[in-house]
Design a protein around this ligand. Structure first.
Ligand SMILES: Cc1cc2nc3c(=O)[nH]c(=O)nc-3n(C[C@H](O)[C@H](O)[C@H](O)COP(=O)(O)OP(=O)(O)OC[C@H]3O[C@@H](n4cnc5c(N)ncnc54)[C@H](O)[C@@H]3O)c2cc1C
Length: 401
């Protein structure tokens, strides 16, 4: 049985809008990143905004039933993107105006070695300098927050109470409803199949339903971004990698309210599922890159082995269903945000490598400003895809699983 939020969109999708002949900005991809950018551009009255989604909104990775939101990172850019986005998630009911089921239960990283503790101690110091209220905890204090945890093999834990989780699909719906209300056009079931350029400038995008004249394209195609970039001759080093999660279904007794709990070494994670059970996750080290998105029960074998080491009670819990999606991985597991040098006005926001939901509000703001030629609140230059050409240093993010 899939999780209730995994199957049903929170609102029915309207009939596909007619395809306009021209647009000032074409956004490719109707996940949380494209939806946020559409909203921010429409709110800024940035002209005729058209979002093209080849399937339905949130049919890619943003269809994940519940997504973690946090500001605990090792890279200052990610801390700032996470913090700015947390504020926007808290304000979402007012702007753009939707309930995203935000639960501020905190994020609890379990640390099993001195080296992990040192990495997270440095992270906490940096995060605190930006105003993130994270701190290191003893193993016993970690268990008090999350009774499933076995403290014996732990060295420490890191915790930030402002983090939590919300419903990505509700965020996509909320952004897109507001974007439409503000004049944007959202066209579903409309894949972009070609991007026409001339003399280094974008002229049009083509779809099976016709062409749209435009000079500006934003690629937000998630795990499919390398293919979309190639349509314009732009290299976007994004690789799809399947990630799976499972649900216990309602448990008796009902689980206590726990933080979003992650074991750093094994990548095991779990939290309340909002329906009286738990959501269980693990990054399977044997998973090979590819577009496969089937949930497989074999994945439970490494999950249960990791659970037995950190939270033994989880290894015995029933699993009623699961969900599989794609991480959109880059070589250093940091996002790609910027504008290609050629053709002009080909922008991209992709490759979030497992933290795209939590950064979506801040990324929407930044891309709006890049499109409008304004100075963004943060210089995304270090996240340019050019860093892999040797122009900038790659910047690995340590606090990801
Ligand atoms: C199991 C799992 C757990 C995760 N947990 C978290 C978490 O806790 N916190 C977090 O922040 N992130 C998490 N993520 C990552 C997060 O889901 C993604 O980073 C985020 O959803 C990416 O959003 P997106 O809009 O870039 O991509 P997507 O949501 O994948 O959207 C891209 C869209 O582009 C469309 N598209 C592709 N090609 C074309 C084309 N040619 N024309 C038109 N449309 C096209 C696709 O149909 C798709 O809808 C998780 C991911 C997985 C798989």
């Amino acid at each position: 049985m899939p999780h209730p939020t995994a199957t049903a969109p929170s609102v029915p999708h309207p009939k596909p809008a007619p395809l306009p002949a021209a647009a000032d900005v074409v956004i490719i991809g109707g996940g949380v990143i494209g939806a946020s950018i559409a909203f921010h551009l429409a709110e800024a009255a940035a002209g005729r905004i058209l979002l093209l989604e080849r399937d339905t909104p949130a049919s890619g990775s943003s269809g994940k039933p519940l997504g973690g939101v946090r500001a605990q990172f090792s890279d200052p850019l990610n801390i700032r993107l996470g913090l700015r986005s947390l504020a926007a998630w808290h304000d979402f009911a007012r702007r753009p105006g939707a309930d995203i089921g935000l639960h501020s239960v905190g994020y609890l990283f379990l640390l099993g070695s001195e080296a992990e503790r040192d990495t997270f101690a440095a992270g906490v110091e940096l995060q605190n300098s930006y105003g993130v209220p994270s701190r290191l905890l003893t193993p016993a204090a970690a268990r008090e927050l999350c009774p499933y945890v076995d403290p014996a093999p732990l060295v420490a834990a890191a915790y930030s109470p402002g983090d939590g989780y919300a419903t990505p699909r509700a965020a996509v719906d909320g952004y897109l409803r507001a974007a439409r209300r503000l004049g944007a056009t959202v066209r579903t079931r409309c894949p972009v199949t070609a991007i026409d350029t001339e003399d280094g400038h974008i002229r049009a995008v083509r779809t099976p339903h016709g062409a749209v004249r435009t000079t500006t394209v934003v690629c937000c195609a998630g795990a499919w971004s390398a293919e979309v970039g190639a349509l314009a001759g732009v290299t976007l080093p994004v690789t799809p990698l399947r990630r799976q999660i499972a649900f216990t279904g309602p448990l008796d007794p009902r689980p206590p309210r726990i933080p979003f709990t992650l074991d750093y070494a094994s990548t095991l994670y779990f939290h309340n599922d909002g329906a009286g059970g738990l959501l269980l996750g693990l990054s399977d080290p044997a998973q090979q890159p590819g577009y496969e998105r089937e949930f497989t029960r074999e994945w439970l074998v490494p999950f249960r082995a990791a659970a037995a080491r950190r939270a033994p009670a989880l290894a015995a819990l029933p699993v009623t269903g699961g969900w599989a999606g794609l991480y959109e991985q880059t070589p250093d597991r940091n996002a790609l945000i910027g504008e290609a040098p050629h053709p002009g006005r080909f922008l991209y926001a992709t490759g979030f490598s497992g933290h795209g939901f939590l950064q979506a509000p801040a990324v929407g703001e930044i891309v709006r400003d890049l499109v409008l030629g304004r100075e963004p609140f943060l210089d995304p230059g270090p996240l340019s895809a050019a860093r892999f050409d040797g122009d900038h240093a790659a910047r690995p993010e340590a606090h990801i699983i």
